[in-house]
Design a protein. Sequence first.
Length: 483
Amino acid sequence: MNANIMNVDYSTKIPNNVNLGEDRQVLKALEGWHPGYMDWWGDMGPEGFQQSLVYLRTAYSVDPRGWAKFDYVKMPEYRWGILLAPQEENRVIPFGENYGKPSWQEVPGEHRAMLRRLIVIQGDTEPASVEQQRHLGKTAPSLYDLRNLFQVNVEEGRHLWAMVYLLQKYFGRDGREEADELLRRRSGDADSPRMLGAFNEATPDWLSFFMFTYFTDRDGKMQLHSLAQSGFDPLSRTCRFMLTEEAHHMFVGETGISRVVQRTCEAMSAAGISDPTDIAKVRALGVIDLPTIQKKLNLHYTLSLDLFGSEVSTNAANAFNAGIKGRYHETQIRDDHRLQNATYPVLKLVGGEIKRVDEPALTALNMRLRDDYTQDCVKGMLRWNKIISTAGYDFKLTLPNVAFHRAIGEFKDIHATPDGVLIDETTWNKRKGEWLPSTDDGDFIASLMKPVTEAGQFASWIAPPKVGIDNKPGDFEYVKIET
Ligand SMILES: [Fe+2]
Ligand SMILES: [Fe+2]
């Protein structure tokens, strides 16, 4: 591989490794889109702190050894760039009807609409999460956390750029129109909402932020993995590089929740509390009780499950057959990669009971991806539970049953407990406060959300991280807040 290809071209306004300097038409389209993006960032990006110096990493190359460079940057001056993973020589389409044929460097005409739709949906989630998180800066529990929030935000901004590049380069006029629409929709807006449910929900506090980055960014990870398998090579390469950034977002979620759990356990131990479900006593210590953490988890996990769509879906089958969207780790799966005769077990509601039913594997691809997602979610949970058991408490955080609190798919019209027991509407209304955050829970958490802006200091409800970002010491000033 040519070493120069790995370095970003800073000769234009937009850092990139796609030779934008010589692609005048796309460069012009992107430069035309840039002011609207900056307006959007100003209106809907992080509230405040725009003149603060933030210790951020910027992608200047996709080289695995050195793609991230850390330095103080003002967020509006962040270099949002267009970076694709290096092209693999002789890459073939790894699944579907075109299995084994050379991957496409241009959009295949017959799949154009489907491809554009998938890119737009992915693109829409990126700015949405920035909008959802825009108020969090003013209640950050530390400068370390504040910096992590902003890192996630600027990278979601870059992911929007990544999708906009594909739209503008490969989809002509309608691609440019879609790129403008991505700046027009707003999370939670009644008239012009973002495209997917979970991206229109509020992220009211930092526990929600950590749950979001753990559970909802992980849906993003699964979707990006599936698109990284795409036969449309530019999409594959784009998603592969986005995944390297996405890993940090889930790290923020996993360690964030770990630190909350740890602080709660430490405070309970110090106060001699033996029953972690004694909510009033635990809350009096200024930490978040474990049952409330479980409720937040229930909410964000189930909202994220809905992002996978219906368990049985012909759209998913079509995208797979077409070679547009593959399975998680497609190239590592040992089967025919066509799935014409295969089946997959799907959880369905049969005669009022939750049962596994074999469905054609092609139409069950959403279910399969969701199963892979759930497995991936379990890993962090084991770490959180380890913290709890090490502290000597008999309490386990668990993932609720897939039938619980669903708005999409097989279980959207029924009610179930987190254990998967079907219940009627009256029971649901009476008991849902036991399983999902109530207004009281929200008010309590909100009462803890006081900003801590002194370097090295942390709010009462969260433990410090084990290591700093870029190995910086504990009292490092991650954000130099302007006064
Ligand atoms: Fe993203
Ligand atoms: Fe993300």
